[in-house]
Design a protein around this ligand. Structure first.
Ligand SMILES: [Ca+2]
Ligand SMILES: [Ca+2]
Ligand SMILES: [Ca+2]
Ligand SMILES: [Ca+2]
Ligand SMILES: [Zn+2]
Length: 599
């Protein structure tokens, strides 16, 4: 900023202050301000978050960030997709505060369903935001210093590129070939963009007086079913395409044809229970790559897998028969989930099986039950967000309103997107159906993803929720310690052990499933013997301490870890001289140690 503008700004500030508070201004020059007058921070890396990127673009953005912040970022590959695309990931870690594997870590992934793309942008936004604000915003600096992040923008790069480069239809799946219709041929008949406008649309045929559909009075582009006993002028012939193999069906066997998020090992069920689960857990290269990484990083304590859509903050269990999680775990989930509801307008915090639908073998069940990781899945974007104010919500209750739910999306495309998102019905000469009309389709950039101009808000709010989760992962700390000489060479030691965060170091479910190594409380000292160890119920009110009844009191195992917001005091009676080192070692809560002089 030049001197002249600084003077103008200072004068303006002073006169505003004076007007507001009637404080007399001395006329003394104000000290120069550090921040520039512009509202724009100067960012090192500029990226765009108002559109969706293909796999190469996402990876290029990660590379750009890595190059700009080489100390903190490490670009890695988790493996290859079925079609051989790299599953790229970014490690965010400050090496000055320890190796990533030594810290409680947050794993963030997106886009396991290939068409659910915008989570990929949240992932890149998260890396970008953490780096651009490190050293500028205290909470971000602290978070980056205390936690490690593993961020995977697309778990299903084949599906993503199929979405980005094609019509977007049929890209939920990955590309492992599956014979959807059981005719012995694989992927032989997918939908087809016959009119070449990049959208897989509907086909309708005009059949005056013989149809079961008619044009809606509210919007002639919308077809609606006629009332029982009435006839309409149209029939719908399904999605755009032709019958390639002459079996009388259109688009019955597109590429892939399974659900990549049903291939994880917790509550996995075969195809006759849940179709699309593949033949066995981790059969898919993408699921296997993710799991290999999760298992190699037991310090991961939190997981977020971004999906779309509906506006949900989901947690497991995915199936009713599993039963509700232990109360202590539910408390932690509830606290984080309800916080999320406040940060994410129009999102509801719900349990997968009861609030959405049953999922067997999903990654959040595997994360929680199989790996002891607090796992959430945000269903990004809710169509309620097209019309956000209470007044407009009220207006939408009127069926004749131009924004009534039946035609709200058409209205939004017409007036907020200038007609760009919805295709018109146009005549088409179909090789098999004769004269038909094709149209009435929304582009892939409408409905499941927000309008471009709202995507940055989606990125930021969801990131904020996930960073809140990251902050609430367990964090073991030693508090006050005290040594008291009881007799010659015999000392009593008190040490406070705390976990001030919401999440316990070991989930109760993980403890009962035996999937997380117990926390270890060790005491080391040359020639020092531990006579007894116990928990002090309250260090403020004398009471009988609870003896720790374990074989080796120099290496105490805590199978249930430390609960959320825990503050405990351990008491040792030791015999010896010199000093002792007490260490609390938690796989998911970090490791702390303290040396105490016996005196
Ligand atoms: Ca087939
Ligand atoms: Ca198929
Ligand atoms: Ca088309
Ligand atoms: Ca066919
Ligand atoms: Zn999904």
């Amino acid at each position: 900023m030049n001197t002249k503008s600084r003077v103008v700004t200072a004068a303006f500030l002073l006169s505003s202050l004076a007007a507001l508070t009637s404080v007399t201004v001395s006329g003394q020059a104000r000290p120069a301000q550090k921040e520039p007058a512009s509202s724009e921070r100067t960012y090192k890396v500029k990226l765009d978050f108002n559109r969706w990127h293909d796999v190469a673009e996402l990876q290029a953005d990660l590379r750009t960030l890595e190059k700009a912040y080489p100390k903190f970022l490490k670009y890695i590959s988790l493996g290859k997709s079925y079609d051989g695309r790299e599953i790229a990931a970014m490690i965010v870690n400050n090496p000055d505060t320890g190796a990533d594997t030594s810290k409680p870590a947050m794993y963030i992934e997106a886009n396991i369903h290939g068409n659910e793309v915008q989570g990929g942008e949240i992932c890149v936004y998260t890396v970008w935001y953490l780096m651009e604000n490190y050293g500028k915003i205290d909470q971000i600096t602290k978070l980056v210093n205390e936690r490690a992040f593993y961020i995977v923008p697309t778990v299903n790069p084949d599906g993503r590129d199929y979405f980005m480069h094609g019509s977007g239809a049929g890209s939920r799946t990955g590309h492992f070939p599956v014979d959807d219709d059981g005719d012995g041929l694989f992927d032989e008949d997918g939908p087809e963009d016959l009119n070449g406008n990049g959208v897989i649309e509907q086909i309708r045929k005009y059949v005056p007086g013989q149809g079961n559909m008619r044009k809606s009075a509210a919007d002639p582009r919308v077809l609606e079913a006629v009332k029982p006993g009435e006839t309409g002028d149209y029939v719908l012939l399904g999605q755009e395409g032709t019958d390639h193999d002459g079996d009388g069906r259109v688009g019955e066997d597109p590429p892939g044809g399974y659900d990549p998020n049903r291939n994880f090992a917790a509550d996995w069920q075969p195809n006759y229970v849940q179709s699309g689960a593949m033949d066995y857990p981790f059969q898919l290269p993408e699921a296997r790559a993710v799991n290999d990484f999760l298992m190699a990083h037991p310090n991961i304590a939190g997981l977020q897998t971004y999906h779309n859509n509906g506006g949900m903050i989901l947690r497991s269990p995915g199936a009713e028969w599993i039963g509700e999680y232990p109360a202590a775990d539910v408390r932690a989930y509830d606290e984080i989930g309800r916080m999320g509801e406040r940060m994410l307008p129009f999102y509801r915090y719900i349990v997968i099986w009861s609030g959405l639908y049953t999922v067997h073998g999903g990654v959040t069940d595997w994360g929680n039950d199989g790996l002891g990781i607090v796992s959430f899945s945000n269903e990004l974007w809710n169509e309620e967000q097209y019309f956000t104010s209470p007044e407009l919500k009220e207006q939408q209750k009127d069926p004749n309103s131009p924004i009534s739910p039946r035609v709200a999306n058409q209205f939004f495309s017409d007036y907020l997107e200038f007609g760009d998102q919805l295709t018109e019905w146009k005549e088409f000469d179909h090789p098999q159906f004769g004269k038909v009309e094709i149209g009435g389709g929304f582009k892939k950039t409408f409905g499941r993803v927000p309008p471009r101009f709202m995507n940055e808000e989606l990125c930021h709010r969801n990131m904020a929720f996930t960073l809140y989760q990251a902050d609430q992962l367990p964090q073991v700390r030693f508090g006050e310690s005290k040594v008291e000489k009881m007799a010659d060479g015999v000392y009593r030691i008190w040490i406070d052990i705390t976990n001030p965060k919401v999440v316990p170091t070991i989930l109760a479910k993980a403890a009962s499933n035996n999937v997380v190594r117990p926390d270890l409380l060790t005491l080391d000292g040359k020639g020092v013997e531990v006579l007894s160890a116990s928990w002090v119920p309250s260090k403020w009110r004398p009471a009988v301490a609870q003896a720790i009844d374990q074989h080796d009191l120099k290496r105490i195992m805590l199978r249930n870890g430390l609960s959320g917001r825990a503050a405990r005091t351990v008491q040792y009676f030791v015999k010896g001289t010199g000093s002792v080192t007490v260490k609390y070692d938690s796989i998911k809560g970090g490791t702390v140690q303290k040396t105490i002089v016996l005196q």
